[in-house]
Design a protein around this ligand. Structure first.
Ligand code: AMP
Length: 249
């Protein structure tokens, strides 16, 4: 079985994101970019499945500019076998990404797509679900355990009240949640080996996908600055402040 893992190039989670002065978006120039953290978890899971003999090939896909190839290289260094770069300088929305993934899934015929539950830049949490719908496949979202058993998979999902375990028929789109695993660091020898692994390059147009956005960003603003706190002397002062300053009681 093949597994397809989309890996998005996003602003590194340690970077303090700055809004552009004209409010049209966030600064991405001279900012450290990395693989979306949920996608690292997906790559780790796919590689573990390969190590366990359940999966034959792990394919990492990124949709983005030429530099997204670095993100694919990271996945290859973690253990993915080959990459596909869907090259575009447009910022594709989840529906267009899902259409690209559907086109690739139609071609590659994987048994499973492991998509991140959300990208930390747009926080959409849409791509996996949309891809499953476009493909007409089962979906198992927010996975914290995945067990493949013949032509089915048993997936434990993180739901509001706790954990839910479902059985789904393959092929399936799974979205990875934080507790699925702890991704490995790529070792230096594996980083060197990854340089020789193949990366095919295609484009949304070649896959028959229109990359035009359907949403218009009206404004991006920083969250309001938090006011500093104060220490109160006693409960009476706390109650007084809550009543007269915060006016919450
Ligand atoms: P989102 O729906 O935007 O929150 O993204 C959810 C997941 O979809 C991400 O964690 C990735 O696995 C995948 N994804 C979204 N955009 C891209 C992209 N441009 N390239 C590769 N994967 C993507």
């Amino acid at each position: 079985m093949k597994v397809l893992v989309p890996v998005k190039r996003v602003i590194d989670y340690n970077v303090k994101v700055r809004v552009k002065p004209d409010g049209s978006g966030v600064e991405t120039q001279n900012v450290k970019m990395s693989m979306n953290p949920f996608d690292e978890i997906s790559v780790e899971e796919a590689v573990r499945m390969k190590e366990a003999g359940v999966v034959d090939e792990v394919i990492a896909v990124s949709i983005g500019p030429q530099q997204a190839q670095e993100t694919i290289r990271t996945a290859l260094a973690m253990g993915a076998d080959r990459g596909i770069l869907v090259k575009t300088d447009d910022n594709l929305e989840p529906l267009a990404v899902a259409k690209c993934l559907k086109a690739l899934a139609d071609k590659e015929e994987p048994g499973m797509l492991i998509v991140g539950k959300q990208a930390i830049d747009d926080d959409s949490n849409q791509t996996g679900q949309m891809t499953a719908a476009l493909l007409g496949w089962a979906q198992a979202t927010f996975a914290s355990v995945i067990k493949v058993d013949g032509d089915h998979a048993q997936v434990t999902r993180e739901v509001d009240g706790g954990l839910e375990t479902i059985k789904v028929k393959l092929p399936v789109v799974v979205t990875s949640d934080l507790r699925l695993n702890e991704p490995r660091y790529a070792s230096l020898p594996n980083i060197m080996k990854a340089k020789k692994k193949p990366i095919d390059v295609t484009s949304p147009e070649e896959l028959g996908v229109d990359p035009a956005p359907r949403l218009q960003v009206l404004n991006v603003a920083e969250p309001p600055k938090r006011a500093g706190g104060t220490k109160v002397e006693d409960v009476a002062q706390l109650v007084d402040k809550l009543m007269n300053e915060a006016k919450v009681i």
